[in-house]
Design a protein around this ligand. Sequence first.
Ligand code: F6R
Length: 254
Amino acid sequence: MSVSVRIVADAAAVGDAAAELVIAGLGVRDAPVLGVATGSSPLPVYAALERRGPAGRLGLGRAPAPAPGEYVGRPADHPESYRSVVDREVTTRLGLDPSRVAVPDGTAEDLGAACRRYEAALRAAGGVDVQILGIGSNGHIGFNEPGTPADSRTRVAELMPSTRNDNARYFPSLADVPERCITQGIGTILEARSIVLVASGEAKADAVARAVSGTPDPTCPASALQAHPRVTFVLDTAAASLLDPARHGDHALH
Ligand code: F6R
């Protein structure tokens, strides 16, 4: 299997390059399913898709858009819930129908059942055509923290202290950052037909290097993406700074 790497100048260029890949990947079906991510990394991708107007929306309004997770125990209308972030940053920009955005229910009494319902919704939609991903500074994808098996499914997961620290910027204080979330498993993510992972900034360089170099290793969950046939890492030069330029230029890695 191969991981493709594209290296561009900065975060805005990451957005443009990733938007092109998203559009190409969504062109395969009539009502394509776009898996959206939260966090700061994908924001330039949504902005670039919005700038492309109808071409960037590609009939998405007709199809469900799954978010990869949800914090546990926060109401859906909390400003930092996945539901709110997706509504704010993605739904209106891309012309999605908010009622069709599939987010796991982090307030459900039976969280296991909420995870199973979410997986069933993905299957009912015919799977995800393009999954946009960010990467944590510790290599997490979704909220699959280091140590997560590559065949994991949607479930309740604990956020590591470093991830809670990284996300504290979105909350009034560290104490407000949730400790648990529902996340798509790595196995769930790997079922997407294509995956576009975006990263910018030096803080991601180590995780990116571990994800694309060497053999897949659960201590860097994103390295499991090496097993996927159609995954592209779109990186700015800072996020790519620890890759070997001779091996990891703007071409597919084998
Ligand atoms: C999944 C998710 C995380 C982020 C990751 C990077 O929806 O939110 O996996 O992609 O924590 O976050 P940023 O992009 O804010 O650095």
